[in-house]
Design a protein. Structure first.
Length: 608
């Protein structure tokens, strides 16, 4: 039996054993202490700045690498953290005798800006490349604003912003009691901070929240369908990333004693992306490798007296994209994993799928039946009504089929039930709740579960992880979700139990998609052509599953396969041109003249 916990493999694996025990933290700190006593002051000072930049890169690993939100302007929060720390330290250090409070101020300032910007981005349904453009634009706006603050009136208390010259006189890290850290101590402080941030990011990745964030990266649409509010998830990811970047900015300002507009510059924004890509944007360890490796390379080249940093960074990025597209650390982890698999004895798996008489897992049968109905529902696309005033309902347990020729409106009606479309007119009710404008994730948490025609999975995740997410998104606890996932893994059989579900055959993916819909313990189940691409035997098994579920909850099936519909033995609603044409048993439908005319003589398509 597989548990959900990720199999920790090696230090090189971004999900590896490095995060499993605090012993690793202790070992890392010991190494840092040894280096602080054996490395030259010049190198310690240089490494301290690189460690601050590593913390910044870790924020992008979390936001982009783990959650798939490409924040090209991550340095916006880095710069805000630096300036906020500077203003706090200049104004407060003489009063408080420490600057740790100023570090916190830098984090909070960056967090607030990330929250405001993120709210408009994610609740405004901005996604993909537009998030990258928006964050970069915000960064360049900040650069312009800070560069125009040379006048002495631009100050925060005693801290002058300084325009292009920047804010100077920023206090170094000072511990309570007025103890200013020397360079070796500052190196230790910054290194320990970076280590703790790295392990914090790993802990976040392993948490239930982090699993949801990874699901957003893998398949945002499916994440919504299994019950996660992806807007909220992306916002929280973004805010946490902003706070980490703000901490990095504070550390950098404390190291250099200054903060200037170049922190918001395009070159700095590009470098963060480069560091992330070189080490591996999904790898926490890769953040350290990317920053130290690329910085050491550019430092060595520029020591000749010429600034060719852009050329060096560009050449390295091209090389990485062509040779190591996943980055250094994930590529090494993949190679090590492949070597271990070759060395391990091959155990043939039993190629089984649930096409026998195996009973459904108990979790599939615990939902309480709810009614679903549409009242004079319309959906227009431009001037075309794909659904034109449909009245339809299913009041309790049972199976009902929606049929119709291409363009009849059945898939549009299905999407109105599922929440993918909002009605132009009319209402959709779940029991007595008007859900017409509910998002799909809210409908899932209310008991609706959906299986679409094309399998929609989290391709880079394991079978167990896919099932866990489906169960957890519906409102179950993390532990209960793991138990539910265990039940369905056994039901699917060993042939479908894989580390990445994208390797499964089409039929196996269809079964996993069905299992995910059932893992939510639905109160209403919507199936859109569930037999697409399936053989006769598998279609019969799906019919048996639908009938078994129909004894407890409403099951609505959209289907073309008449043999499958006949096996269901369910009442049928036939749609034509967005209207209800007929409703009855299969025999009644077969003998209905209007239905025969539609199927044999009409080809008008109005469905979008």
């Amino acid at each position: 039996m597989r548990t959900f916990e990720v199999r920790w493999r090696t230090l090189l694996d971004p999900r590896g054993a490095w995060s499993r025990s605090w012993l690793s933290v202790a070992i890392s700190i010991v190494v840092v202490l040894v280096l602080s006593q054996t490395v030259s002051q010049f190198e310690l000072r240089q490494w301290t700045s690189w460690l601050a930049l590593t913390v910044l890169t870790l924020s992008l690993v979390w936001v982009w690498g783990h959650a798939g939100v490409f924040s090209f302007g991550q340095v916006l929060f880095f710069g805000i953290g630096a300036y906020a720390y500077g203003a706090g330290s200049i104004n407060l250090v003489d009063r408080t005798g420490e600057t740790l409070t100023s570090l916190l101020i830098g984090m909070v300032a960056a967090l607030v800006v990330a929250a405001v910007l993120g709210y408009f981005l994610f609740y405004g349904d901005v996604s993909g490349v537009y998030v990258a453009i928006a964050t970069l634009a915000a960064t360049l706006v900040a650069f312009t604003l800070m560069a125009s603050t040379a006048d002495p009136i631009y100050a925060i208390g005693d801290a002058r912003l300084g325009g292009y010259n920047g804010m100077s006189g920023i206090a170094p890290i000072t511990l309570p009691g007025g103890h200013e850290l020397a360079i070796a101590q500052l190196f230790v402080f910054t290194a320990i901070t970076a280590i703790l941030v790295a392990f914090g990011v790993l802990a976040l990745q392993r948490s239930a929240f982090g699993r949801g964030a990874r699901a957003v990266r893998e398949n945002e649409t499916r994440t919504t369908l299994v019950g996660f509010d992806t807007r909220r998830h992306k916002l929280l990811v973004f805010v946490i990333g902003g706070a980490i970047a703000g901490l990095a900015g504070g550390l950098y300002a404390a190291w250099g004693g200054f903060a200037d507009p170049s922190l918001f510059g395009l070159e700095q924004a590009t470098l963060v992306v480069a560091w992330s890509l070189v080490g591996g944007r999904t790898s926490v360890l890769g953040a350290f490798v990317g920053v130290f490796g690329l910085q050491q390379l550019t430092t060595s080249v520029t020591s000749t007296g010429t600034n060719v940093t852009p050329l060096v960074v560009g050449a390295v990025l091209i090389l990485i994209v062509l040779v190591l597209p996943r980055g250094v650390i994930p590529t090494l982890a993949d190679q090590l994993t492949a070597w271990r698999r070759r060395a391990a004895p091959t155990v043939p798996s039993e190629k089984t799928l649930p096409v026998d008489e195996r009973e459904l897992p108990p979790a599939a049968l615990t939902g309480q039946a709810r009614s679903l109905r549409a009242e004079k529902v319309e959906k227009a696309f431009g001037g075309v009504k794909a659904v034109a005033g449909v009245d339809w309902s299913i009041a309790g347990p049972g199976v009902e089929a929606l049929l119709g020729p291409n363009g009849a409106g059945k898939s549009t009606l299905f999407n109105l039930f599922a929440g993918s479309y909002t009605p132009t007119a009319g209402k959709v009710y779940l029991d007595d709740l008007d859900i017409s404008r509910w998002r799909p994730d809210r409908r899932t948490r209310a008991g609706m579960s959906i299986k679409r025609q094309v399998p929609s999975l989290f391709g880079g995740l394991s079978t167990h992880e896919n099932l866990w997410l489906a169960a957890y998104g519906s409102g179950k606890s993390a532990a209960e979700s793991a138990r539910v996932a265990d039940q369905f893994v056994r039901w699917l059989g060993p042939a479908a139990d894989v580390e990445e579900v994208q390797v499964l055959a089409h039929g196996q993916q269809q079964w996993l998609d069905i299992a995910m819909a059932l893992a939510a313990s639905p109160s209403v189940l919507l199936l859109d052509e569930p037999t697409a691409g399936m053989g006769r035997e598998e279609s019969s098994q799906i019919a048996r599953v639908a009938r078994q579920l129909g004894e407890r909850i409403p099951v609505i099936v959209v289907e073309h396969d008449m043999e499958f519909v006949e096996e269901l033995g369910a009442p049928i609603t036939v749609l034509d041109r967005g209207r209800t044409l007929a409703r009855g048993t299969l025999e009644e439908i077969k003998n209905n003249d209007d239905v025969l005319e539609v199927y044999l003589g009409r080809t008008v398509s109005t469905e979008r």
